[in-house]
Design a protein around this ligand. Sequence first.
Ligand code: GLU
Length: 278
Amino acid sequence: MRINRALRLAIGALALSVAAATAACGGGDDRSALDHAQDGRLTIGIKFDQPGLGQRNTNGSFSGFDVEVAKYVAAKLGVQPDGITFKEAPSAQRESLIENGQVDFVVATYSINDQRKEKVDFAGPYYVAGQKLLVRAENTDITGPNTLAGKTICSVKGSTPAQRIEKEFPDTQLQAYDTYSLCLEGLNSGAVDAVTTDDIILAGYASQSPGKYKVVGDRFSTENYGIGLMKGDRDSRDRINDAIEEMIDEGAWEKAFQESVGRAADYPTPPAPKVDRY
Ligand code: GLU
C-alpha cells in the first residue's frame, strides 16, 4: 500500500513537470494535426483583422475566405466547426506558432516561399495574390511601385511585402507595424503615405470605408497562399492538399470566395490555382 502511494505520488510529480515543460514551450504538444483531428479538435491560426479574409467579428464569430478554407479542411479531417479553436496568427508569428505546436495549421494570407519552408511546410497553394499599394483617396502622386521614392510606406513585420520594400526599394522608408490595421491608422493620421501588402487584403480594407482609400498600380509580386503546418508532417500535408483540391473541384472554393472577399470587396473570382505537392 505504502509503495503504491509513493509510486502514485512520483507519477503525479512527473506528470506535473511534463505539463509545466509543455506549457513553457508555449502550450503546444508535438502531436500532429491529424492526431488532434482524430480527437475532434483543431487549433487553427488565422488573421483577426483582415476583412473578407480572416476577421474576428464583434459578436465573437469569425468570417472570411481563409476562415472558410480552414473550416472546409477541418471538416474533411473530421472536425466540425465547434471543434475548431481559432487563434490569432500575426504575420511575424506564424512560423513560431507552428514550430511550437501552438496551432495545428495556419490559414492566414500566408505566402509560400523558400525562406519559410526552412521552418514549416505548406499545403496548397489555395489562392494567388500580388502586392499592391493603398493610398488615401485624394492622393495623386503615388500611382504604382515606381512612384515610391522618398515616400514612407507601411507594411507588417515578418511579411513578404515588407521584405520586398526593404530589399528592392532603397529610396523608400519602410514603417513596419505588427498588423495591417495599425498601418491603416497610420494612413489615416498621415504618418505614412501608403500601405502595401497583397491586393486582396487592401481591397478588403478599401471596401470597409467606401470613398476613403484607393488601391493603385499593378501587382508587383506573386503571393501563393499556402496552409502552413509542422515541417516534415507529410501525412497531414497530403490530407490537407486533398481537401483543398476537393474544395476547388466541388465548387465550394468559388462559393466561399464569392461570399467573402467577392461580396465584401466586389472582387471578381479568379481561377483557382493548382495544388503543388512538392
Ligand atoms: N502574403 C504576405 C505574407 O505572407 C502578406 C500578407 C500577410 O502579411 O499576411 O507575408
